[in-house]
Design a protein around this ligand. Structure first.
Ligand SMILES: *Cc1c(COP(=O)(O)O)cnc(C)c1O
Length: 359
């Protein structure tokens, strides 16, 4: 079977051992088999989230929980920090949920800064803030610890964090950071197929949710908690993906989180060396560059579409040609998930070859 290996920043490549782990006979989601599976993965999830709280499994892509967090937690007004495609869309989603929402708009490619959030929260107008830890469209990593530290100053504001493409590539410790919601998705660094979102929420978030009448059902945080206490989910979950999740969590445990972070930093560094060697520039400024993907600025004005076509035709792999309005002006290379020194070395050889063939 011909197979095009994915180096796009989501969905990422899924390893054969993960598919094998997913191929289990189906079980009922209200029976002991499922409850045992749920209970088995819960401590591993808590360890990667850095929390003693429940970690919830949502059968949806990450957007489900991103919308759900707005519906559960915003009473007064939400500040949406916008610095790329995903974060900009979160503002739109807030409005579509009928919430008062305002953007803290940053130019694409730049990070979200704590002092700017502070200034806006100081107005007292907001009771929730959303921000994206790793903006996948631009390859920008915003300073999560400094932003989360503002929670102490604004205890009544809900701090809602998307670390969909940053999670498990750099440390994100929910309890230590003191966030209210931390959410991620299966098809980024977890290297699972899409369709599963994971999140945890603070006690304050649960209290806020209990005061909101129109939370809906499918993403109701209180339903997740009540079912989670019984090792179940509110509705029928994607059980096959949860088998895959168990497998990936076991792999993370074996590797060790610190080693996993170091691996992502090292592989990301290899891609960065390739960028510099060829005279390309980074779209994100120094100090704010993602460790899970590289967003390369097309300062050399290469034909990005032809470059990607060469990679696909000659090497059976693809990278991404730039998100939305950045199409052709940037290209993105993922190093997240199950990638290794060997696979990134092969990728770099392919990038060299495909680039040489353009000239
Ligand atoms: C991929 C991604 C999402 C959206 O995930 P879906 O699975 O498409 O819902 C949200 N935020 C970030 C930062 C992402 O990278």
């Amino acid at each position: 079977m011909s197979h095009v290996k994915l180096y796009i920043p989501g969905p990422v490549e899924v390893s054969p051992d993960t598919y094998a782990a997913m191929a289990q006979p189906m079980i009922g989601h209200r029976g002991k088999g499922f409850q045992d599976l749920y209970a088995e993965i819960q401590p591993m999830l808590q360890s990667v989230f850095g929390t003693t709280r429940q970690v919830f499994l949502s059968t949806s892509s990450a957007w489900g929980v991103m919308e759900g967090a707005i519906r559960n937690l915003v009473r007064k007004k939400v500040l949406n920090c916008c610095n790329g495609a995903f974060s900009d869309k979160w503002l739109d989603v807030s409005k579509r949920c009928g919430k008062e929402a305002e953007a803290y708009q940053v130019e694409w490619g730049q990070p979200v800064l704590p002092e700017e959030i502070d200034k806006r929260l100081a107005t007292g107008a907001f009771d929730a803030v959303t921000f994206i830890h790793n903006e996948t469209s631009t390859g920008v990593l915003s300073p999560i610890a400094e932003i989360a530290a503002l929670k102490k100053k604004y205890p009544d504001v809900m701090f809602i964090t998307d670390s969909v493409s940053g999670f498990t590539t750099v440390p994100v410790n929910f309890d230590e950071l003191g966030l209210d919601v931390l959410l991620t998705g299966s098809q980024k660094a977890f290297a699972l197929p899409p369709g599963l979102a994971l999140f945890t929420a603070s006690e304050a978030a649960m209290e806020r949710a209990s005061t909101i009448g129109d939370r809906g059902y499918y993403f109701d945080f209180l339903e997740f908690r009540a079912n989670g206490e019984k090792n179940m989910t509110p509705s029928t979950p994607c059980i096959s993906l949860i088998y895959g999740l168990r497998h990936q969590l076991q792999k993370m445990k074996t590797e060790g989180l610190e080693n996993r972070y170091a691996r992502h930093a090292r592989l990301n560094g290899m891609v960065h060396e390739w960028v510099k060697k060829h005279g390309f520039e980074f779209f994100a400024p120094e100090g704010y560059r993602s460790k899970s993907l590289t967003c390369v600025a097309n300062n050399k004005n290469i034909d990005v579409a032809a470059f990607i076509a060469n990679l696909k035709k000659d090497h059976s792999l693809i990278i991404d040609g730039g998100y939305g309005k950045l199409k052709g002006k940037t290209f993105r290379i993922s190093n997240m998930g199950d990638e290794s020194d060997e696979s990134i070395t092969n990728l770099i050889a392919a990038l060299d070859d495909a680039l040489a063939k353009l000239n």
